[in-house]
Structure formats: structure tokens, C-alpha cells
Write a protein that binds this ligand. Structure first.
Ligand SMILES: CSC[C@H]1O[C@H](OP(=O)(O)O)[C@H](O)[C@@H]1O
Ligand code: ADE
Length: 301
């Protein structure tokens, strides 16, 4: 099993109900130990055709869904992908809808996040003697969202794509109470999940362009007329949503064959952490420096 790839620029993260991709040839599997431990599962390196760019695929919860949202090793996931050369991530997530017009089966490209996690998930690479303050005002990378949205026509079964929405990330693993669900609606949130944080934050710190594609599976529990969400409801909706997710991924990968045309997306957000790191090189411990070198070597000795 090889452990080094320098030509993998895009990764797909699969969430609940999306544990593998179809129609791709797997050329390698890697399971690196990063300074933050091992990723959720083996990372598959795959291609749509021999001439197509290689991509990485990682199942966020593991292919047996063994990691709870709280315990997903997000730092290792992001670090492993960055170390492979990944500059851009399209991350899929099953979400509850907080809006009537976002029906189960619809897809959503959020532009904003509200963090309702409880502070128990490690959500920074900069807690080990090197401090940085990343700009997180726009947690998703618009050119990546535009690329995904340009393939809306491949979505089947009356699936609508909603843009410019806000996802609220709760700690879980239990779903929300009705009062919480209504509170999130009153805050302007449109969909709810358990995983956008810390993934989006860590991607930002690692200079990886990141866009989450939310797939609505239920109306959470705010609708009095409906049974509150259950795992069965989510997984049954995900069975249908996965078909559209795979069609979308295939369409995006087909366009990315034209690498030159998509440089903006494939190069991502390089350079954005340059002025965010506060601790000077001479004041860093060797250990902290060597950890950071794994993901951002350009800012390290
Ligand atoms: C299985 S229901 C709750 C679970 O589903 C979503 O997972 P993911 O974001 O990885 O698709 C949600 O965030 C929860 O973790
Ligand atoms: N209602 C919900 N709340 C949180 N995460 C979810 N994932 C799918 N449906 C969800």
C-alpha cells in the first residue's frame, strides 16, 4: 500500500449513507498515521478514467459507520488529505430540513454555519504552542459551490438545489428537541446536521477549499403534523439521495478532466493562513513545528 501521492488535488468526503463511490477505478488505498492520529478509515485514491485526475474518497464515519459525530477524527482526516496534496474538498452530509420549501430529497449548498457543538471536539490545529486565528467569515469556498451548482441538471426525481443557506451543526448524537428545532428556525438556520463543524474550520486552517453538499432527509421535529425524525427515516431517504449524490460527483469529476480550466477550484485557498499564524518560528517547539509541517510546510522551518 503506497502512502505518498502528490497528484491528488480533490477529495470527496461521504457522510451518513454515502460510504463508497460507484463508477470509479480505485488505484490505491492509504491509511496514514498523521500527527493527529489515523483518519476515519482508509482513504481511497480513484479515477473515472486512466487520463482523468485522481481523487481521494473518505467515509467520514468509517465504512461501517463506527465513528459518532463527536468522535470523528476530523483533524486526522483533514491532515491526511492535505498531506496527500488535496486543495479542495466536496463534503456530503445528510441533514434535517428546517424550512418547508427544502423537501426531503432536496440538496442544499450552504454558505454559512452556526456552531452548536459543545466544545468537546478538537476543532483547531493550533493548540500546541503555535497560535493562529483563521478568517472563518465565509466557511465555504464559493467557486467550489458554483462548480457543483453548474451540474444541477443531473439531479433526478424532482430534486431541487437550494443555495445561500445556513446549516446549524449540533453536537448530537441525539436529534434536537422541538424547542431547539424552532429556535434554529428563528435564528435563520435552514438545515441541521452534526458534522459541518469542525470539518469546515479545520479545512480552513489547513488551506483547503471546502464546500459541503447537504442532502435533506427529513423535517427534523419542528413540524407538529409530522413524526419527529428517526434514523430509519434518515437512512431510507439517504438510499434515494445517494443516487443523486453519485450522479453529481460523476458530473463534477467529468468536468475536472479539463484541469487547466479549473485551476481556481483545484488550487483552492493557498496562502490564506500566511498572516494568521502569530507565533514566530523561533518561539516554536520542535514538536509543534514538525506537526504543523505535515499540513502547512511553507510556514515552517
Ligand atoms: C444518521 S442521522 C444523523 C447523522 O447524519 C448526518 O451525518 P453526516 O453529516 O456525516 O452525513 C448528521 O450530521 C449526523 O451525524
Ligand atoms: N434532523 C437532523 N438533525 C441532525 N442531523 C441530521 N442528519 C439528518 N437529519 C438530521
Amino acid at each position: 500500500m503506497a502512502t505518498s501521492h502528490t497528484d491528488v488535488h480533490l477529495a470527496i468526503i461521504g457522510g451518513s449513507g454515502l460510504y463508497k463511490l460507484d463508477g470509479l477505478t480505485v488505484v490505491d488505498e492509504v491509511y496514514p498515521e498523521t500527527p493527529w492520529g489515523y483518519p476515519s478509515d482508509k482513504i481511497l485514491i480513484a479515477q473515472t478514467a486512466p487520463s482523468a485526475p485522481k481523487i481521494a474518497f473518505l467515509a467520514r464515519h468509517g465504512h461501517q459507520h463506527q465513528h459518532s459525530p463527536t468522535k470523528v477524527p476530523s483533524r486526522a482526516n483533514m491532515a491526511a488529505l492535505k498531506h496527500l496534496g488535496v486543495n479542495a474538498i466536496i463534503a456530503f452530509s445528510a441533514v434535517g430540513s428546517l424550512r418547508e420549501e427544502i423537501r426531503p430529497g432536496d440538496f442544499v449548498l450552504p454558505t454559512q454555519i452556526i456552531d452548536r457543538t459543545k466544545g468537546v471536539r478538537p476543532d483547531t490545529f493550533f493548540d500546541n504552542g503555535i497560535l493562529a486565528h483563521a478568517s472563518f467569515a465565509n466557511p465555504f469556498y464559493a467557486p467550489l459551490g458554483d462548480l457543483v451548482a453548474s451540474h444541477v441538471h443531473v439531479l433526478e426525481n424532482d430534486c431541487r438545489l437550494h443555495r445561500d443557506k445556513t446549516v446549524v451543526t449540533i453536537e448530537g448524537p441525539a436529534f434536537s428537541t422541538r424547542a431547539e428545532s424552532n429556535l434554529y428556525r428563528s435564528w435563520g438556520c435552514d438545515v441541521v446536521n452534526m458534522t459541518a463543524i469542525p470539518e469546515a474550520k479545520l479545512a480552513c486552517e489547513a488551506e483547503i477549499a471546502y464546500q459541503m453538499v447537504c442532502m435533506s432527509t427529513d423535517y427534523d421535529c419542528w413540524r407538529e403534523s409530522e413524526e419527529p425524525v428517526t434514523v430509519q427515516a434518515v437512512m431510507s431517504a439517504m438510499g434515494r439521495n445517494a443516487v443523486n449524490a453519485k450522479r453529481l460527483i460523476q458530473a463534477v469529476l467529468d468536468t475536472l478532466i479539463d484541469v487547466e480550466k479549473h485551476q481556481e477550484v483545484l488550487q483552492g485557498i493557498k496562502g490564506t493562513m500566511q498572516y494568521a499564524i502569530m507565533t514566530p518560528k523561533h518561539a516554536r517547539s520542535a514538536e509543534a513545528n514538525s506537526q504543523l509541517r505535515y499540513i502547512l510546510p511553507q510556514y515552517c522551518d
